[in-house]
Structures are given as structure tokens and as C-alpha cells.
Design a protein around this ligand. Structure first.
Ligand code: NAD
Length: 448
């Protein structure tokens, strides 16, 4: 059983799907592990550490040759998998919505792809939940990014020269990322309020020391699987009224609201941004899915005419490449662990396992996941035939999952902010996800 990990080819991706720690675990389970030289460089895992953990380190071709499993952070292109074993499993974040043609190409390349973001949110799979592990870090980083752009202190400071009032932070969407943002802003000393459309979030916000605000008109918009449902027009209007009254008094706003398979709900209008004081900072963690803020430009930091900074970084977890890779890689090992026989060390996938059924996208040359539907042009005839019985896929989410380009942030321009949120390409002018160190950027050129 050979497991391969190569350097991520998606521009701006800093994370790696295996760390020296998880390589050791995979070998202990019974696998042989091959790593492409430099795969962990941007996440600060040197080749020597992978070697010391027992992996072979070499070219991408050597790593992939005959691999039974390829672990990845982002969906690879089919052409980047040449040489893998027939029916090899490719396991990682597949970002399938809006990318059905690419998924089809992987199916036609004969690999079995596993979309880790489809992992059911059940107790057994918590340890494999890449959305949670990465959202947790993104929630933390959102507050750090806000603090970097905020010209004032977060905590109340009582000095001989007088008192500095604490910053007021408002977190919209109190899921995994939002709760971590609340906890981080509290630790920095901000006065934190938060809102969500799921009533259950109230208790969680308050347990972290935040104040929960919600309109009486919106009782509970919980959907299935712990996620939110989309609001009705009346509910949206009630929520907008609540937010409009609150946001003008905030220094920091962190938005994290998402609805599975849908574009991010627009929660903060241009008028709301204009009501905020100069120097206020908004971090839109939903930028990768189109943004919660009307003026967000995915991948960019802009400053509006009235002096509000709006941070629209994508791949925020990738800004913490080491921590994000550590957690992500452990999520993958936890998933693989269930298929290794602990005595014989043999590997055998149970295709009837509910976790497998929920996550496998392609198998035996076809797309097999019920949520992924190919429409007309993208589909090859064989796949079309195989796909006709599937239910409609959720709507495309625009910029979803598009890579962040490792460019410098755009110089804040007041004029840019006067425009509505342009459907700019995600990552068009994003800072490198890593802090500027003496690092090579992720190679733009694909060796395959
Ligand atoms: P998510 O990323 O889909 O959404 C983020 C948050 O945005 C959610 O809390 C959602 O309710 C909120 N939201 C959606 N529309 C909104 C709107 N119009 N206004 C304000 N907020 C809005 O969700 P998530 O963070 O991945 O998880 C949601 C919940 O699922 C968590 O609170 C958690 O309790 C639960 N969860 C369970 C497990 C598990 O059991 N294994 C794992 C992870 C998360």
C-alpha cells in the first residue's frame, strides 16, 4: 500500500496533506509513504524530517508512480496524477461544486476521488472533519488579521495618560469559525457581540463571553446536519434591520456566514459599511464563497471612501500553514485508519461504510456522488448516461474554492471601495498566504 503526497499545485496553497508526524502514523498503520521533495516547504516541514519519519523523498513522478493513495489538500488535475496505480484513491478537499468538469476528468482518469469536505458531521467522524479543523484556524486568524489593520488597541487600557476604551467586535455567523473568532477577540480584550440564524448558537456564544443578538422576527433557521437554511425574504429584511442598527457602533466586524452548497448570504450592505466609523475593520471569511459583505473583493484588502478596511482574503487557514497542515493531515490519517487491519496491516476499503458513501465522488470511471451533476457541455457521453438519474446539484457558488494568488495585497484605494462587490476572481491580488519569509512562492508551473 503506497501513499503519495506531492507539493500542492494550486497557486497560493501553502498547506501540505501529510506532516512528518502523520507520515510516522501511516507507516505504523502499514503503509509505505512517498513524498515529493519540497512538498512541506511552505508549511515549514523540511524533507529531512519526512525522511527521518520513514518516507522516501524524491520527484513527483517517483512519489506518484504506482501509488495506491494520493493525499492532497486541493483537487489535483487529472494530468497531475499520471503513473498512479489503477483505481488509486485521491483523498482531500475536492471543492466539487462549480467544478464538475474537473471532477468528471478525474473520473475518466480512473481514480477514486474522496471529498473530505463531505464528511458527515457525526461523532464518529469529528476527528476527520477538515471543514472544522480549518475553520477553527481561520476564525482565529480573522481576528489576528483584523488586529493588524486596526489602528487602535483591542483591550481596555488604563494608563497614567488616561483610559483607552476596548474595541467592539461583532461576529456574524457563530459556527466553528465564528466561535473561534469570538474566543480570540475576547482573549484580546474586545467587547464581543455575535449573531447567527440558528437559535442553538446563542448558548455557545454566551458560554464564550459574547453577547448574542438576534431579532425576534427570526426564531430559528436551523437546517439539516447542524447547518443553517437560507432565510426567507421577510427574515432577511428583519435580520438586515437588526444588523443595520448594530453595525454602525462596531469597530471590528467578522463575517463567517455560510449555507452549504449556496453562495454566501449577503449580510452587510454598502450602506451599512458607510455607517461605520473610519478605521473600522471588516474581515469577510466568506470571501471565498462570494462574501457576506457587499463590498468585499475576494482576495483583496480594500479601504472604502469612509475609511473602513474590508479584508477579503481567501484560503485564510493557509495563512497558518503549519498549524493548518498539522490538523488537516491528522484528519486524513483518522479517515485512513479505519481501513487498515490493525493485526495484518492490510488495507481494505469498506465501500458500504457511511463515511465512504458520503464522500466518494468518482469511482470506476464515473461520478458516483448524488450531489454532483454534470450538465450538457462538460459531460462526456458515457458520464452523461451514468449521471442522468442524479438529483440536481446545488447552485454554483461563483468564486468558491478558487486559489489565492500569491501576490501582494492591492494598495487600498478609496475608489475601489465605492464599487459594489465586483465578481472579481478570487485571489486576484491577495497577499501571499504565508508571512513574508525567505520562502519560494508556490511554484506556478506544473511539472506535469
Ligand atoms: P457553516 O460554515 O456552514 O456556517 C457558518 C455559520 O454561519 C453557521 O453557524 C450558520 O448558522 C451561520 N449562518 C448562515 N446563514 C447566516 C445568516 N444569514 N446570518 C448569520 N449567520 C448565518 O457552519 P459550520 O461552522 O461549519 O457549522 C455549523 C454548526 O455545525 C456548528 O455550530 C457546529 O455546532 C455544528 N458542527 C457539528 C459537528 C459535528 O457534530 N461533528 C462538526 C462541526 C460543526
Amino acid at each position: 500500500m503506497k501513499i503519495a503526497v506531492v507539493r500542492e499545485r494550486t497557486e497560493g496553497e501553502t498547506r501540505v496533506a501529510a506532516t512528518p508526524e502523520t507520515v510516522g502514523k501511516l507507516i505504523a498503520l502499514g503503509a509505505e509513504v512517498a513524498i515529493e521533495a519540497g512538498a512541506g516547504e511552505l508549511a515549514r516541514f523540511p524533507d529531512a524530517d519526512y525522511k527521518a519519519a520513514g518516507a522516501s523523498v524524491g520527484t513527483a513522478d517517483a512519489a506518484l508512480k504506482g501509488a495506491d493513495i494520493v493525499l492532497t489538500v486541493r483537487r489535483p488535475k487529472a494530468a497531475q496524477l499520471a503513473g498512479v496505480a489503477k483505481g488509486a484513491m485521491v483523498i482531500g478537499g475536492m471543492d466539487p461544486y462549480g467544478n464538475e468538469g474537473e471532477v468528471l476528468a478525474l473520473a475518466q482518469a480512473g481514480v477514486t476521488t474522496v471529498a473530505m469536505e463531505f464528511m458527515p458531521r457525526i461523532t464518529r467522524a469529528q476527528v476527520m472533519d477538515i471543514l472544522s479543523s480549518q475553520a477553527n484556524l481561520a476564525g482565529y486568524q480573522s481576528v489576528i488579521d483584523a488586529a493588524v489593520h486596526f489602528d487602535r488597541a483591542f483591550p481596555m487600557m488604563m494608563t497614567a495618560a488616561g483610559t483607552v476604551r476596548p474595541a467592539k467586535a461583532f461576529v456574524m455567523g457563530a459556527g466553528v469559525a465564528g466561535l473561534q473568532a469570538i474566543a480570540t477577540a475576547k482573549r484580546l480584550g474586545a467587547v464581543v457581540t455575535a449573531t447567527d440564524v440558528r437559535a442553538a448558537a446563542a448558548e455557545q456564544v454566551e458560554s464564550l463571553g459574547g453577547k448574542f443578538i438576534m431579532t425576534d422576527a427570526l426564531k430559528d433557521a436551523s437546517g439539516t446536519g447542524g447547518y443553517a437554511r437560507e432565510l426567507t425574504k421577510d427574515e432577511q429584511a428583519a435580520q438586515a434591520e437588526l444588523v443595520a442598527g448594530h453595525i454602525s457602533k462596531q469597530d471590528i466586524v467578522i463575517t463567517t456566514a455560510l449555507i452549504p452548497g449556496r453562495p454566501a448570504p449577503k449580510l452587510v450592505s454598502k450602506a451599512m459599511v458607510e455607517s461605520m466609523a473610519p478605521g473600522s475593520v471588516i474581515v469577510d471569511l466568506a470571501a471565498e464563497r462570494g462574501g457576506n459583505v457587499e463590498l468585499t473583493v475576494p482576495g483583496q484588502v480594500i479601504t472604502t471612501a469612509n475609511g473602513v478596511t474590508i479584508i477579503g482574503y481567501t484560503n485564510v487557514a493557509g495563512r497558518l500553514a503549519t498549524s493548518a497542515s498539522q490538523l488537516y493531515a491528522r484528519n486524513l490519517v483518522a479517515f485512513l485508519d479505519i481501513f487498515f487491519d490493525k493485526k495484518t496491516k492490510a488495507f481494505a476499503v469498506n465501500w458500504d461504510d457511511e463515511l465512504v458513501k458520503a464522500t466518494v465522488l468518482t469511482k470506476d470511471g464515473a461520478i458516483v456522488h448524488p450531489n454532483i451533476k454534470i450538465d450538457g457541455a462538460a459531460a462526456a457521453p458515457a458520464a452523461k448516461a451514468a449521471d442522468t438519474t442524479r438529483p440536481a446539484a446545488p447552485a454554483k457558488t461563483g468564486a468558491t474554492g478558487k486559489p489565492a494568488a500569491p501576490k501582494k495585497a492591492a494598495a487600498p484605494k478609496a475608489s475601489a471601495a465605492a464599487k459594489p462587490a465586483a465578481p472579481a476572481k478570487t485571489g486576484a491580488a491577495e497577499k501571499p498566504a504565508r508571512k513574508p519569509a525567505a520562502k519560494k512562492p508556490a511554484a506556478a508551473k506544473d511539472p506535469k
